[in-house]
Design a protein around this ligand. Sequence first.
Ligand code: PLP
Length: 437
Amino acid sequence: MSNETLRQELVELDKKYFIHPTSSLQDQQENGPGIIFDKAEGVYVTDVNGKKYLEGMASLWNVNIGYGRKEIAEAAKEQLEKCAYVSSFTGLSNEPAIRLAAKIAEITPGDLNGVFFTSGGSESNDSAYKFVRHYWKVKGKPEKTKIIARERAYHGVASGSTSATGIKSFHEFTTSLAPGFVHIDPDDPDAFRKAIEEEGADTIAAFLTEPIQGAGGVNFPKEGYLKEIRKICDEYDILFIADEVISGFGRTGKMFACEHYDIVPDVMIMAKGISSGYIQLGAVVLREHVHQDLIKYSKGVLMHGLTYSGHPTACAVGLKNIEIMENENMVENSKVMGDLLASKLKELQKETDIVGEVRHLGLVGAIELVKNQETGERFKEKLSVKVVAKARERGLILRNVVYWDKDTIVYSPPLCINEKEVNEFVDILKGAIFEVQ
Ligand code: PLP
């Protein structure tokens, strides 16, 4: 069967049977899947027609160590053959889960030590909300239930995490959001103080934030913002939850983004880079004081558990993933290559008429498209849609963010990217921009 015949067959099956996540059902019927991936290696993915693309998003900000690592496949195979799955419910455990929990405690900042495993970011978020609410309940303050989240935030698509998300279009898929989530201005710590005044500290369980907002357009916190939030949380006895699903595991040039801002959250949420997408995995990590209080006050069975909490094969993959990241200095590479890429994008800004602000930390960044580079005025039509489409034709996969007035291209390539690949990234993007502007 020729590649094109295979593609056509897959397109028809896809249209009929495969309901895609976060996709237009009509677009699928009209256009089919734009790319059907076949294989991947390093920073590149190849489709069934043999066309190769540089994955400028590490897929969904998650394939941090890059594609095609045989050691991961071997670790998974070994564990699948030895003991693919066992439960971790009451009284049961397994070595990969135990060792990965200990490793996470070692690499997370401060005394973040107690690890609860999930299969991804949405589950981690919903679990974290339940943990903090349970924490206050067993500490005799059951009315502390509200979660204060930020506008523009993305936290996932489970019941709680949809409700915590501050991008309104994600609320449209449900008719009943979960109660107890309050969204505030994302940049001003005084908005948090105001929310505390209005809601009452004795009704607030936690403040929830991505240290760097990812899906909302790679928005960095204003100078001092997170430190001030940490201070306010301490002042009012409110727990601080950091959602490091995108920003964790080396993405920003440090193992966790919280380290850049010199804060230790009470609860950290992780997924994506924890296994670099080789398998589904996520975690909620509790600081020692939260963990110890739960041990002390939470009596009986903790009525929260997933079949796949502490999945041995997933945890074996997670362990190997961190080992590769550490052995190959990928966190440092994220900083060095991230700075190089951003400096080249800033040069590109001078060569073109439509590139506005370029911002980054390590290998996560954003490029604003503007009509006027001086004033930042935007085009009426979202040019980022066209630039991302042209870049894709030319062999570079990126994403754009067009919520609110944004016309933003975002990027987050695998952390193993090298200088040659950075140059290729910039050359392709430059070609796409020149074609559109
Ligand atoms: N939290 C953040 C910050 C995310 O970016 C995402 C996914 O993009 C999630 C949570 C949800 O993770 P998942 O898609 O694995 O459920």
